[in-house]
Design a protein around this ligand. Sequence first.
Ligand SMILES: Cc1cc2nc3c(=O)[nH]c(=O)nc-3n(C[C@H](O)[C@H](O)[C@H](O)COP(=O)(O)OP(=O)(O)OC[C@H]3O[C@@H](n4cnc5c(N)ncnc54)[C@H](O)[C@@H]3O)c2cc1C
Length: 402
Amino acid sequence: MFAALPELIGTLDTDQDTLRWAARDYGGTIHHPPAAVLRPVTTADISTVVRYAHEHGLKVVPRGRGHSTGGQAQAPGGVVVDMNRLNGIHDVGPDRVVVDAGARWSEVLRATLPRGLTPPVLTDYLELTVGGTLSVGGLGGASHHHGAQTDNVLELDVVTPHGDIVSCSPDHYCELFDAVRAGRGRHGIITRATLRLVPAPDTVMWHKLHYDTVDQLAADQQHLVTTGTFDYVEGQLKIRDNRRVAELEAVTYTGVSAGHGRLDDLTFRDADTQTASYWDFVNRLADGEPLLRNAGLWDAPHPWCNLLLPSNAAVDLLRHTEHELGADLYSDFGLVLAYPLRTDRITTPRLTLPHGDIVFLIAALRYAPIGAPQIVAAMQTANDMLVAETLAAGGTLYLEPL
Ligand SMILES: Cc1cc2nc3c(=O)[nH]c(=O)nc-3n(C[C@H](O)[C@H](O)[C@H](O)COP(=O)(O)OP(=O)(O)OC[C@H]3O[C@@H](n4cnc5c(N)ncnc54)[C@H](O)[C@@H]3O)c2cc1C
């Protein structure tokens, strides 16, 4: 199939182990092996293979860390482009950094924090690639101030579906710029990105506020994102030690905060407040990975479901998800992530949002044991119901394959 392919500096691998690896993602429920995996060393390698695949009618799909949960980074019978080796961090300037698309956000931060700088929006987990999250949007607790990660990109280098290598920005090839941001890798492969940077705090004041009802939690979250009082606002529902927890996380970035960070007028029952270094705060999920590995749940199926809802429908859905919480449909580690976003801050054309000034991201993060297909099926059925309710309420699906 690849006999006439021009010579590459990287490799085109077709061994069974590699194909099995490329047919797996964090979701662990969809497995489509490609015909080959390109491990490029240069952008020219990608261009060569994309051009060849285009001429031969083969699908080409880039893959970052494969942390998708629905086969988004798989290329049935085609070519998966493993971006992980293209992970250089280049110039760090006073307001921007140039990085290769295979770099992880943790690597970006290790280069920018010594200069007192950070990307304005980070995902909760930092071991995702820059290309991987720019291809879906990239939302986090600072999105109510700064939008998605895709709203904080200044320039992208892209290999187009025809194999051309093009730099694009809001002023230059803007159609391509708009097509690849949140474009799921189907409109071009991002090879390099210029990311906006802002001053980073040394420390943060991190409040975990606990609520009696999801209605109170959601009302306070909306109040905080509307007033902009805190730099970071998220929240979650979970069961821990046999107790239901409805938690709002509100964080102030010490010394560079955009808000006053006071807890006045909120209706929480109790608060747990701590000071942490900015790095420990943004890297807080790093500890979760070994815990999940020890519990055998890292490489197990993760039937996750990410939804965007109009604010008036979000509370109904949260009440529904609260009743579902528990070992059967979430395992002891699962949770429902829920926080509001301001739609006026998100301008990425392909990141489709419901109508309204405020919308909620609600993510059902479920962990199934290995070798329990009936549990996976029950979790997927529960997700199907959430999706149906979301769409009926005018919501949209985040991270879905295009
Ligand atoms: C533990 C965990 C925590 C997460 N937390 C958040 C969060 O806080 N906020 C959030 O928004 N999301 C979050 N996500 C979802 C995550 O952002 C997406 O799944 C993301 O796409 C994964 O990045 P990746 O590098 O693993 O990409 P992959 O899964 O490898 O690829 C994802 C998509 O991007 C495309 N792609 C990859 N690289 C490129 C490239 N260079 N050019 C063009 N397209 C490319 C792929 O083709 C695919 O469609 C989380 C996921 C996990 C597993």
